[in-house]
Design a protein around this ligand. Structure first.
Ligand code: COA
Length: 378
């Protein structure tokens, strides 16, 4: 005979069922950070207290990465792209040309991790080495799939310029490099988003920083996270010209479609990153032809969305102006998500450092909702 509790006694299952569960962990405080503050109601974003608009105006991506890692503001901080270890190049050469760039980047970081000594806890030096490696790897993959040889890093160029140089084989003009640098700055960090949380979970097990970033890239690959700028490009090309904007927006909404580049889970006000990128896009030397179209579509979209959803503010998000910047820089749309991942390396690695500095294994509970304890069928 088995020892079973009386029918009315609380079981382990019923005791845990009384504890609150929030699907998607929405609203759950799962950590503390001093890296960034996303103030969705007021439409503000700060990195270590500094406003994103000021950082875009006065900083560079390497300076922002250094700020996130160390807390120090050193606007002249430079990081050049790094050479690719031979073993990683061999792996990149072995990938089929039709490999998705996110898969190629994830694979490259994984192979890079295998070539490095990355003891726990992670260090700023490890973070810097990984941040310097990944743009070289993505650029090499983009060239190899086009049948072109990879370009060696030029140590005289700062990270984002170096990435464009290795991608195209020619030095970018300063305004183009500046525009992509601004995109990297606004993409660098954004609180406990899914990929950043992944990075912290991995590092909390005392695993290494390359594994944390591999996990983060895999998480960002999902379409719910990896961003919509290439879909913004699709939608703008469907609109075609400013005079069609109103009709196109109304028809798309009537079909139940979402307007890409609008709405946000956290921001209820205009996304401050979109405002910063719009300014950058407007200052670009070879202004993307359809930046003007984007501005006009935005006006129409905001007006129609406000009409349709008077109680729910739906404003422009970062992806909307990321699209003209990335197109203006000359990136192929299928490289957009992996380029976003390059930018987020700063945040992923900074969170790895922050997590390890005050580590506690991240291991939440789960409510068991399966069958009660029972005997195997005879
Ligand atoms: N276009 C049209 N309608 C939108 C919309 C958009 N971009 N974003 C939200 N809505 C509408 C929804 O249809 C819904 O309407 P309903 O209440 O009549 O059903 C309402 O607004 C609330 O939507 P919900 O999904 O709860 O909003 P959310 O805050 O959870 O969603 C996003 C956030 C980002 C997923 C959503 O705004 C979206 O899909 N945007 C387009 C994709 C995009 O730009 N992604 C990049 C984000 S950085």
């Amino acid at each position: 005979m088995t020892d079973s509790p009386p029918a009315d006694a609380p079981t382990a299952e019923s005791a845990q069922a009384t504890r609150p569960y929030s699907p998607g962990l929405e609203g759950v405080i799962a950590g503390e950070t001093s890296l960034s503050f996303v103030d969705g109601d007021r439409g503000r974003l700060t990195y270590r207290g500094y406003r994103i608009g000021d950082l875009v105006e006065r900083g560079t991506y390497p300076a922002i990465a250094n700020l996130l890692w160390t807390g120090d503001w050193a606007p002249d901080h430079r990081i050049a792209t790094a050479p690719i270890p031979d073993a990683v190049l061999t792996v990149l050469r072995a990938l089929p040309a039709e490999t998705k760039p996110m898969d190629a980047l994830r694979t490259a970081v994984s192979a890079w991790g295998a070539t490095q000594d990355l003891p726990w806890p992670p260090t700023v030096e490890q973070a810097r080495a990984l941040l310097a490696f990944s743009p070289s790897a993505l650029a090499a993959f983009a060239r190899l799939r086009a049948g072109e040889p990879p370009v060696e890093p030029d140590p005289s160029l700062d990270l984002v310029e170096g990435f464009l140089y290795q991608l195209n084989g020619t030095r970018p003009d300063p305004a183009t490099a500046r525009a992509l640098d601004a995109y990297f700055i606004v993409g660098a960090e954004h609180g406990f988003n899914a990929s950043t949380f992944t990075s912290r979970v991995v590092i909390s097990t005392r695993s290494d920083i390359a594994s944390a970033v591999v996990g983060a890239i895999g998480t960002m690959k999902g379409p719910l996270h990896g961003g919509a700028p290439s879909e913004v490009v699709d939608q703008l090309s469907q609109v075609g010209s400013a005079e069609h904007a109103e009709a196109w927006v109304r028809e798309a909404l009537a079909r139940g479609e979402r307007l890409m580049g609008f709405g946000h889970r956290v921001y209820r006000a205009y996304d401050p990153r979109a405002a910063a990128l719009r300014t950058v896009a407007e200052g670009m030397a070879n202004k993307p032809a359809w930046l003007q179209l984007a501005i006009e579509v935005e006006d129409v979209a905001l007006r129609v969305l406000a009409e349709k959803h008077p109680d729910r503010p739906l404003k422009t998000n970062v992806e909307f102006y990321a699209a003209p910047v990335l197109m203006g820089v000359g990136l192929a749309p299928d490289l957009f998500p992996a380029t976003f991942s390059l930018a987020r390396h700063a945040g992923w690695t900074a969170h790895a450092l922050e997590q390890s500095a005050n580590n506690r294994l991240i291991r939440p509970d789960v409510n068991y909702v399966g069958p009660a304890e029972r005997d195997l069928p005879a």
